[in-house]
Design a protein around this ligand. Sequence first.
Ligand code: SF4
Length: 387
Amino acid sequence: MATARTGLRSLLACWARMFYCRGSPAGALSGVTSTPSPVKKQPIPILKASRPDLDPISMKPKLHGSIIVTYRCNARCNMCGVWHFPSKPKEEISPQLIEKLPQMYFANVTGGEPFIRLDLPEIIGELRKKAKRIVISTNGFFTGRIIRLCETFPDLGIRISIEGLQESNDKIRGIPEGYLRTQETLKKLRELGMKDIGFAMTVQDDNRRDLVPLYEMAREYGYEFATACVHNSHYFHKWDNKIADKEAAADEFRRLIAWQLNSSKAKEWFRAYFNYGLINYIYGKKRFLPCEMGDNGFFLDPAGNILACNGMEKAAPMGNLKAQSWEEIWNGSRTRQVRRMVKECDKNCWMIGSAAPAIIHHPVKPIIWVLTNKIRVIFGKEPNTRI
Ligand code: SF4
């Protein structure tokens, strides 16, 4: 039993690295067998109570932070209404405010379009001190700014939102020639030698057929490939997003899952599980794993509000970092109230910001699904993606 538990923990650690860390899967997998240095003292579990920001087992930062640096955006995406409600530059969080954040194991910088902010390098400079791993989500339009930032911070991850091949992408995102521009940015990032670059695609009826072709393109160039489905929430200012042809969209995800499980990379197998969760979401079912946002993850919005997540109908701030310290917010009564709201939330969203921490903190189900379906694929059977 103890061996099984240790094995599971190793797989969990492997999964955490695979999901968040750049580098080869071999590098990620090597962590599974590494033995801890004998001279390092083991953490004292009693510290758990005083450090809710640390994982009680590894005593390493457990928080996944999403930093929304602006609600301004140059794109006009049909599944997102953020661009109708731009934040005022003077009111947006400053680089100095980042100093108040706790240590995180992963930070995602997002928007709006983050590269609209000319002080993004200072923000990243501050965030660097807080999170070992930083990924910026961008529409890839501001090529020069992206390249300059990556020259300064070559270990950043860059995820460029592409909503399909040229026709679908330009129709959905509303940036003329946007697709060519993003491809140009990706090419320049490649030439720069950036290791951690990739696409992020949000599936809807208009682009579902491009899902697998984009995945194939990502594989060809060695890009990461992140997926999502349209959601409705206060963050998106959208309430009418829906997948009309659920079966057709689910079938495209099934094709993608088959590809990913056929891959030799363990990272891809867990992405297949995430995509299985998206099929589940499309059918409006209860999410596979509990949501613990507000406990192992948070959002910081451009006004300084700390939110549990971006998926609720109405924003539920736990506090404001401009007026309070992190500790005041994180240990406050309002935060406890919001955590109860999260426990009772019936949105069943499945976005990477809340699904990834859930997979990391509840690894048994994903690991069993991955192992079972990898074996099925090895024996020439279809993965089990029944809902
Ligand atoms: S399931 Fe979690 S992340 Fe999604 S809306 Fe509810 S509380 Fe937020």
